[in-house]
Design a protein around this ligand. Structure first.
Ligand SMILES: Cc1cc2nc3c(=O)[nH]c(=O)nc-3n(C[C@H](O)[C@H](O)[C@H](O)COP(=O)(O)OP(=O)(O)OC[C@H]3O[C@@H](n4cnc5c(N)ncnc54)[C@H](O)[C@@H]3O)c2cc1C
Length: 438
């Protein structure tokens, strides 16, 4: 059945990674067995992305017996396909939280807003994960208004204790990015980038080294709550004291109540052939990652083997590599016209999960089922934070988890079919805003 052009693409249920550069350069291609039969665990986790595996690793480090059920492959979802950029704070920044939810909530969430990157670095260091991790992320301003917003962001983040920041003038950013598109930027020295699939695969191996279990090809079809929860797949079940739902944009009907509160959005990425050392040096001399400040933002970086990985926008329905290249290549050439002859080796699409408030949704369903979802495009760091605070809550220290559960989680207006055009309309509006620079 073909997907209408207005729908985000999903091939949930497939048991192969999408045809990305990351899948082609994955460190670990061994497929874990599917769940077969009935078993028990302290905690059963639905989904082997960063939310699921960060929760799993934090819990296993504390001695919990953890089983992760992944419908497809480890990192099949956004965690194995993303831009690989550590972006701090939340998709809506802490000043929005201050204005709408008060200073106490802002203090609580602000104090956690820079933790995700530290968790990633801790996992990489402690478990020796080979994922080409590099330091330094740049927010690039396309116009003077965006530059003013970056100045405010720096002041805001410094108020919350994050000081590894440097404003870049127009001349300054040219020393970091070989493009004349930008009027300045903000360098976050503790931002950074990495091979996202190799990170999640490394986290999976770390979990297994601590005695945790992961089953691939094991889509959860039902969760029965009772004294203990029973998590059911086509060929087996896990009975557990706690369940963590970490399916994000790929759940497709498991928990309609959660899915009504967010909207899967497709975003596309292309990867060039390896560039000459001279060209790498010209484009990104300090090997940092970059995202611009548009609402429909472009993001790019070099891979470990010197390719340019370039993603951008939110496009519904684009799924064929040729079509994806057609959409993203003009964006890449607008930033780097010097690459007009470059060959694109890989093109793919992935879904992130957008919430109406663009803030993540954490919560409980009953006493023993926890969830975290909806990082709204900035989930690499926040999903790692989610894993830590869910693990804390399960251990009985729920203050930090509950700072998130207090935020409203409004349902997207209309049903699933209406949500797509509505968000597409929003994307159209923001695109216009980006073009006109207001
Ligand atoms: C193309 C792209 C680029 C991005 N770039 C960045 C970036 O550079 N920086 C950034 O901060 N964020 C980025 N993001 C967002 C970020 O990748 C996500 O927010 C984050 O990876 C979400 O992790 P997750 O574990 O919650 O979900 P996912 O990684 O999507 O994992 C969910 C997993 O659950 C499984 N699952 C779902 N339902 C079931 C079920 N019923 N049974 C069993 N398993 C199930 C899925 O198969 C999937 O593997 C990007 C996203 C995309 C798509």
């Amino acid at each position: 059945m073909s997907t209408p052009d207005s729908m985000p693409v999903s091939n949930a249920g497939a048991i192969a990674h999408t045809g990305s550069y990351y899948a082609a350069s994955a460190n670990d291609k061994v497929q874990r067995s599917a769940l077969n039969g009935d078993t028990t665990a302290d905690v059963c986790i639905v989904g082997a992305g960063y939310t699921g595996l960060s929760s799993a690793l934090h819990l296993a480090e504390q001695g919990f017996k953890v089983t992760v059920l992944e419908g497809s492959r480890i990192g099949f979802g956004a965690s194995g396909r993303n831009g690989g950029q550590i972006v701090h704070s939340y998709s809506r920044d802490i000043d929005f939280i201050e204005r709408h939810y008060g200073q106490d909530t802002a203090e609580a969430m602000g104090s956690m807003a820079f933790e995700g990157g530290q968790i990633i670095r801790r996992f990489v260091g402690k478990y020796g994960i080979n994922c080409d991790l590099k330091d330094g992320g740049i927010f690039a301003a396309c116009n003077d208004n965006q530059m003013k917003e970056l100045e405010s962001k720096k002041a805001l983040w410094e108020r919350y204790g994050h000081t590894e920041l440097e404003l870049l003038s127009e001349a300054g950013i040219e020393n970091h990015v070989g493009s004349n598109r930008y009027v300045g930027g903000l360098l976050d020295k503790s931002g950074g980038h990495f091979h996202p699939l190799n990170l999640v695969l490394g986290e999976a191996a770390a979990l297994e080294s601590l005695g945790g279990t992961i089953h691939e090809g094991s889509r959860v079809v039902d969760i029965q709550q009772g004294d203990k929860a029973k998590v059911i797949t086509a060929k087996g079940s896990v009975t557990a004291d706690y369940v963590i739902i970490a399916g994000n944009a790929y759940m497709e009907g498991l928990i309609p109540k959660l899915e009504q509160r967010a909207m899967p959005c497709g975003t596309q990425v292309i990867t060039t052939e390896p560039l000459s050392k001279q060209m790498q040096q010209e484009l990104l001399p300090h090997d940092q990652c970059v995202e611009d400040c548009n609402y429909l933002l472009d993001y790019f970086r070099l891979s470990g083997d010197g390719r340019l990985i370039y993603g951008g926008g939110v496009t519904y329905g684009a799924r064929e590599p040729d079509r994806i290249e057609q959409i993203i290549r003009p964006k890449l050439l607008k930033t780097f016209p010097q690459l007009d002859k470059v060959k694109v080796d890989y093109a793919w699409t992935g879904n992130f999960l957008l919430t109406l408030m663009r803030l993540p949704q954490f919560g409980r369903l009953g006493n023993s089922v926890y969830y975290a979802q909806g990082y709204s495009g900035h989930g690499v760091a926040s999903s790692h934070l989610a894993g830590r605070v869910i693990a804390e809550a399960i251990r009985g220290q729920a203050e930090r988890f509950d700072a998130f559960t207090g935020l409203p989680q409004p349902v997207f207006p209309g049903g699933r079919l209406f949500r797509v055009p509505l968000t597409a309309m929003g994307a159209w509006y923001y695109n216009l805003r980006d073009q006109l620079g207001f």
